[in-house]
Design a protein around this ligand. Structure first.
Ligand code: GCW
Length: 704
């Protein structure tokens, strides 16, 4: 029998308390059993050498990095600038002389790109900068034995997005409401515990390695809600940030910090944080200079301002451009950026007031500011207009600011998608968002917006991290795939999410005995491929969103937010449900889109079914494009969603004995909870709408 297991970092690190996630030692077998020549120097090259030498020590290969060069290499990893490569095949590739790489060989590879080719029985990775060599090495690892096939095509690889960032919502001090990690479902923080830095470089190093292997190159180490203790990371606790930067630097990861806009007041003792005040400017300039003295490659600041009660420029009669440009000015001399979040709305709305629409808020605030932001400001926009729901339209802000660098923010931590108790593979959802064309078929994609214009670079992709000190990193072991997929989609948004899942499976679920890995692969796909849609089926219907329990946001509560100040309503009554966001009779939100979507969303008939209740209030017997009534669709999807979860659970049960028992137990326990929760969702949603509408299920199934 084949016995795939996840490897354990413990195998390398002695008594580590965490599993390896992807990259257990066994995935280095193909590379580690060969002759490998590394040509070039630098800190990141040292990381490559370290990886290769450990793999070779384990699997009997050889590593050369320096004379004498009597080298019989199967794999050459070389920096082009290091000069002639002491390997004829690789040198020919470097000179662009090998026919196989004509047309790919001498183009620019950038700071992170690489050329991967096969020539005369040698696999060659060439890069112009050390990060490219590291990414190229991980590519070879991903390919496994196929990296050494003679028909390996020669190709240049460069990331589509320059900035591929994880935002940790980790608090230094345990917050009375949000805890150690706000919206964290994977235990404590990797960086902080009970008010202090953890000082655990071994695990952080492993984390950096996982991130580099999927392409992440930036991280923010603290929550965007910056409380008192965390504010001081900018000043007297800066050493803790420098320590994290030190550990992650060998993996090409630049550290960023969330700062409070009120810092000049709360840390600097100034009477004001007014962005146009000279003393305030001077304070930020000096604080930022000190940051760069400690952390020369510091990435920049992340700011949540005038949002959900955080301080910001509004208090001084200034706008978001004034606020962002203040910090941009302090960062510019050092090459840093400010990432200014567009998640700004009125969280003290009166639910009786039908004229205020939370969906409109980010566009209302930010679109008029287009063109006013400094070059090193990135406006970071949540992918949807509300808040990381399992279904929302793409935010119209992303089509409204052509003169601004925009970053797209997604949420890997599963706040609204099952909190890492439910399987919900988000690759397909993010891929759909990134491939959306806000100006219609002839225009660019959201990924193009994140990539930015040539020359300036865009804001890239950011995800709220889903990782903690849990032994499986992400609480639910299968939620690791979301982290992996995030990095890979940020590198290449056109990748097929199912193919990404294959990569993750190959790199994580390694057979320890020769045997057929297919049952594991098939089961993973059967459980995960469609799991986001399954989650959507048994939760809030047809794009209406929320319906979660207030506060913690887990489990169903249809009216939980209906009479609150948060602006997330569904307006169900005896006749129908949904939010009228049309220009004709509603809040006018559809008008924030360019054509064709302004017209498509405005029309009840043309609006895609899955977003109908986001844009329209319709009668229960309204007939969808799929031919069913809204009410029957609600019943059908909720029954189907639960059945799908039951099938997932059964599939997983059959893998007992074929995967590491600790992983199997953890997933099984989570699937039990997912099933219980899905049943609760089904019964509450179906019962609620049956009681409101009085319309029975056409199939006579049990509704309470
Ligand atoms: O959805 C909300 C979350 C908050 C979060 C906020 C944000 C960090 O519930 O926990 O705060 O979004 O994105 O700023």
């Amino acid at each position: 029998m084949s016995v795939p297991v996840t490897g354990r970092a413990a195998a390398d690190a002695g008594e580590s308390a965490w599993h390896a996630a992807w990259l257990p030692p066994a995935v280095f077998r193909a590379l580690g059993s060969r002759g490998v020549l590394v040509h070039g120097d630098g800190p990141l090259v040292d990381t490559v050498i370290d990886e290769v030498s450990r793999a070779c020590a384990r699997y009997g290969g050889r590593l050369w990095h320096g004379p004498p060069w009597q080298v019989d290499a199967d794999l050459v990893l070389a920096l082009r600038e290091a000069g002639p490569v002491p390997n004829a095949a690789a040198e020919a590739v470097r000179l662009g002389a090998t026919p196989a790489v004509n047309g790919t060989g001498d183009g620019s590879l950038g700071d992170e790109g690489y050329l991967l080719a096969r020539a005369d029985g040698v696999t060659v990775v060439l890069a112009d900068a050390p990060a490219g060599l590291l990414y190229g090495m991980f590519h070879v690892v991903r390919l496994g034995p196929a990296a050494f096939d003679d028909d390996l095509p020669a190709r240049r690889h460069r990331p589509a997005l320059d900035r591929r960032m994880l935002d940790h919502w980790d608090n230094v001090a345990v917050h009375p409401v949000s805890g150690q990690v706000e919206r964290g479902y994977a235990g404590g923080s990797l960086f902080w515990r009970d008010g202090a830095a953890r000082h655990e470089p071994a695990r952080l190093r492993d984390y950096g390695r996982l991130l580099a292997a999927c392409g992440v190159n930036a991280i923010c180490v603290n929550n965007v809600n910056v409380h008192d203790t965390e504010a001081r990371l900018l000043t007297d606790r800066l050493g803790d940030v420098a320590e994290i930067a030190e550990v992650l630097r060998p993996y090409g990861i630049r550290v960023h910090l969330s700062v409070t806009f009120a810092a000049p007041v709360v840390l600097g003792g100034l009477p004001t944080a007014d962005p146009l005040d000279e003393r305030v400017r001077a304070w930020w300039a000096a604080a930022t200079r000190r940051v760069y003295q400690r952390i020369p490659d510091f990435g920049g600041y992340l700011v949540k301002a005038d949002s959900e009660g955080r301080p910001g420029p509004f208090a001084y009669g200034r706008d978001h451009a004034d606020g962002a440009n203040l910090l941009a000015g302090a960062l510019a001399p050092h090459g840093g950026v400010v990432r200014w979040r567009a998640f700004v709305y009125d969280h003290r709305q009166d639910w009786r007031d039908r004229s205020t629409d939370r969906a409109r808020a980010a566009h209302d605030h930010f679109a008029p500011l287009d063109g006013r932001f400094a070059d090193n400001v990135i406006v970071q926009v949540k992918f949807g207009p509300i808040d990381f729901q399992a279904r929302e339209p793409v935010s119209p802000v992303l089509a409204a600011m052509p003169a601004t660098r925009l970053a797209v923010e997604v949420q890997a931590t599963q706040e609204y998608t099952g909190q890492q108790r439910h399987v919900c593979y988000l690759g397909p959802w993010w891929s759909e968002v990134l491939g959306f064309r806000p100006r219609g078929a002839a225009g660019g994609t959201i990924a193009d917006v994140a990539a930015g214009r040539a020359g300036t670079g865009g804001g890239g992709l950011a995800a709220v991290a889903n990782v903690g000190d849990d032994p499986f990193w992400t609480g639910h072991p299968l939620a690791q795939a979301n982290l992996y997929a995030f990095g890979r989609l940020a590198w290449d948004p056109r990748l097929d999410p199912a193919a990404i899942l294959d990569e993750w499976i190959d790199l994580t679920w390694v057979p320890v005995t020769a045997g057929d890995p297919d049952p594991v692969r098939r089961t993973m796909h059967a459980i995960m491929d469609d799991s986001w849609r399954t989650y959507e089926r048994y939760t809030a219907p047809l794009g209406v969103g929320f319906m979660v329990r207030p506060g913690h946001h887990y489990g169903p509560d249809v009216d939980g937010y209906e009479y609150t100040p948060w602006g997330t309503y569904h307006f169900a009554d005896r006749d129908g449900v949904g939010v009228d966001r049309t220009r004709a009779t509603g809040t006018g939100f559809t008008g924030q889109y360019p054509p064709p979507w302004s017209e498509v969303y405005e029309s009840r008939e043309r609006c895609p079914d899955e977003l109908l209740l986001f844009f329209h209030h319709v009668p229960y017997r309204h007939v969808l494009q799929d031919g069913r009534t809204v009410i029957q669709h609600i019943y059908d999807t909720h029954f189907a969603g639960v059945e799908e979860v039951a099938a997932m659970r059964e599939r997983w049960r059959l893998l007992a004995g074929a995967v590491d028992p600790a992983v199997h137990d953890r997933v099984a326990e989570r699937l039990d909870e997912q099933f219980r929760s899905a049943v609760e969702w089904r019964d509450q949603i179906n019962t609620y709408f049956f009681r409101k509408s009085g319309v029975p299920d056409a199939h006579g199934r049990r509704i309470y």
